[in-house]
Write a protein that binds this ligand. Structure first.
Ligand SMILES: [Zn+2]
Ligand SMILES: [Zn+2]
Length: 337
């Protein structure tokens, strides 16, 4: 099978011809139809974060396709079913997080395209318990971005407990942001979209943002305060400055939801006095659970969300990384097979 492989941090990925993996006990083999490019894959390939993957490895955690084989202990009924291979490659199933619907916090989790090979390949093996079935009403092309960008922003809106008429500021439009603003609107939020690129703000406007702010030309804190301040600020831009602006744009009772992961282990200054008196919450939100992803697919199948993405071939992977890093990709890029 063809696969895009990270051979060393910071090096261009190599397209290699590798043997098709065989599903082991508890695993399924998935024939990829679509595989999304998430910014995390670029961080993985660069070894940007404190916990690093081990090259050589195959990135990718937005893989969609039918199950073509199952390993020992897995029901053959799964063969032919279309599934999503998400970031959460597997979890222990028995710890306090796993048994309380927070498997995304499992300390024994493995991650697709990071600690195990992922979906930038014609085939991938995945844990049968971690994959999520894709309903007929959702195309593989749309399902790919929903599998990380969708579920991650859906969860961010959920943990922020947005109620109707609250203002939700979304910092960073693009693969994640264009979906975040749709989920914020679905629960009744008034949306302010913040980005540096006019094209992305145009996209936010088309998708129903109530206010757009170009942070290159305007101070987002001032503009959001003019509109009444944010009750929730979701940060999807990997610049620490965006987190600080998001914090300062909050009303009393506001919730800052941190989602983007800047390189290294960047910190922001959270003033204690203002946080206490303002009753501010700072929330970290990491991807979403299998149940969250099922809900994301159900909403999409019902026509409530729109996925903005473009297709690329797997052999364009390095150019695609450059497009994302240069901010030239309007939203998500999806490799089609
Ligand atoms: Zn991702
Ligand atoms: Zn666990």
């Amino acid at each position: 099978m063809k696969a895009a492989v990270v051979t060393d941090f910071g090096k261009p990925l190599e397209i290699q011809d590798l043997p098709t993996p065989q599903p082991g006990p508890g695993q399924v083999l998935v024939k990829m139809e679509a595989s999304g490019l998430c910014h995390t894959d670029i961080h993985a390939a660069h070894g940007d974060w404190p916990v690093k993957p081990q090259p050589p490895f195959i990135p990718g955690h937005e893989g969609i396709g039918p199950v073509t084989a199952v390993g020992p202990g897995v029901s053959a009924d799964l063969v032919g079913k279309r599934v999503a291979v998400p970031w959460l490659g597997s979890s222990c199933g028995t710890c306090r997080y796993c048994v309380s619907g927070w498997e995304t916090l499992c300390e024994s989790q493995v991650n697709s395209g990071y600690s195990v090979d992922g979906c930038y390949a014609e085939y991938a093996v995945a844990d049968a318990g971690a994959v999520v079935q894709v309903p007929d009403g959702v195309s593989s092309f749309d399902a790919a971005p929903l599998t990380c960008a969708g579920v991650t922003t859906y969860k961010a809106i959920k943990v922020a407990k947005v109620v109707p008429a609250e203002r939700v500021a979304v910092f960073g439009i693009g693969g994640l942001g264009h979906l975040a603003l749709q989920y914020a609107r679905l629960v009744g939020g008034l949306v302010t979209a913040v980005d540096l690129e006019p094209d992305k703000l145009g996209l936010a406007h088309r998708l129903g943002a109530d206010q757009t702010v170009n942070a290159r030309t305007h101070d987002p804190v001032k503009e959001i305060k003019k509109a009444g301040g944010a009750d929730v600020a979701v940060v999807l831009a990997a610049a620490p400055q965006a987190f600080e602006q998001a914090y300062r744009s909050l009303n009393r009772g506001g919730r800052l939801v941190m989602v983007a992961l800047p390189a290294d282990n960047a910190a922001i200054n959270v003033p204690i006095f203002e946080t206490v008196l303002g009753g501010i919450s700072v929330i970290g939100s990491i991807v979403g659970t299998r149940q969250d992803l099922s809900e994301v697919f159900a909403l999409h199948a019902a026509g409530r969300t729109q996925v903005i993405a473009e297709t690329r071939r797997l052999d364009q992977v390095n150019d695609s990384f450059d497009e994302v890093l240069g901010g030239r990709a309007e939203a998500r890029l999806v490799f089609e097979f």
